[in-house]
Design a protein around this ligand. Sequence first.
Ligand SMILES: NC(=O)c1ccc[n+]([C@@H]2O[C@H](COP(=O)([O-])OP(=O)(O)OC[C@H]3O[C@@H](n4cnc5c(N)ncnc54)[C@H](O)[C@@H]3O)[C@@H](O)[C@H]2O)c1
Length: 403
Amino acid sequence: MTTTSKTIGVGLISVGWMGKLHARAYSSVPYVYPELGLNTRLVIAADTEPSRIEFARDVLGFEQGTADYREVLAHPDVDVVSICAPNFLHAEIGIAAAKAGKHFWIEKPVGRGADETNAVRDAATAAGVVTSIGYNYRHAPSVEHARRLVTEGRLGRITNVRAVFFSGYASEPNGALSWRFDRKLAGTGVLADLFSHAADLCQYVVGPISEITALTNTVYTQRPKVPMGTGTHFAVIEGGEMGNVENEDYAAALVRFGSSAAGAGAVGTVEASRVAVGPECGYQIEVYGTEGSLKWDFERMNELKVCLGRNNDEQGYTTVNASPKYGDYSRFQPGPGNSMGFDDLKVIEAKKFLVAVAGGEQLNSNIHDAASAAAIVTAAESSADSGLWQKIEELHGTTAARA
Ligand SMILES: NC(=O)c1ccc[n+]([C@@H]2O[C@H](COP(=O)([O-])OP(=O)(O)OC[C@H]3O[C@@H](n4cnc5c(N)ncnc54)[C@H](O)[C@@H]3O)[C@@H](O)[C@H]2O)c1
């Protein structure tokens, strides 16, 4: 990576939860990674909600604001674009960004299923732009360590994997009917929202999933309506007008890993819920092998439970603290025990994206990883409809694949 200073112009599309986080992450890169010489300039932000345009200008520090995302893509000073809009706009904006020659960092899920995601992939590939996907959990130092233990064979032959993403954001029956519950605006429900993260993490830590069978369930079929651009998907509305929930709250799947996986021949389960009472962001992966196992839970993201060897005097799990030895931890905290948080993962993601844009190695997930996760989600949806196992073609060009 060059140490020559370079200023990268940033455009932002949508100033919701993720949009604000992307903006802060870009601004953090120069002081978390000063040796990269990468400066960022927040050029223009778009949102259809006027108060969010104001926030982007007055608080986040963007030079300009607009209600039309096309102005972001047409701006000559914009080198990279963050696409943080609701899911139904991802394909339209992703394809337009590629055609405008802008590198883009897009939130998951990229489109409402495999067809839309593949269309974005084809446009990005044709335009030769750098892409980056919001699979932020990959960057947790404990996850990086888990991947290394699997890759180095420290767990022996991987036999089975258990991934769970249980959130409570919609566990309240009067939780707002945000765009996430509308099939036209979101596509699938928890499959696109949380299951896709879990699928990506399985593929990042263990390798490609090759077959799936799934079932889904909707627990609350009506919720109070909320206007776009107000509140969050955690909002609760008492006595509001009700509307229909059009996608699933819960999904469970059995999976098989493909022959090119570090865990070739392994099997596993993947589950996701947005209505769990108890876990708030209970995002866990457990990997079991013939010589050991590991467990990670995002709610304790700075810890990894590891058991190596069958016949030790001290059997059971050791809790290993994230430390400067793992991933990018040292950039945030000088020693183990000083925890990192969710927002830090977005700073790492921004760094990886900007390094690739500046001509360095592509280390973050890319549009091929998004297409791969979308293929799994679409196969899970088909299986839930038909009750049959679905095969998943292994896609090339992902960064989840081992070098
Ligand atoms: N990586 C993660 O962990 C993670 C976490 C949360 C959300 N996400 C993803 O990020 C995306 C955004 O989610 P969020 O929680 O930030 O949503 P949000 O509801 O907080 O924000 C969405 C924003 O989009 C704006 N918007 C709507 N139509 C628009 C248009 N035509 N042009 C410009 N802006 C428009 C809304 O006004 C709102 O400000 C989703 O795809 C979601 O799946 C990812």
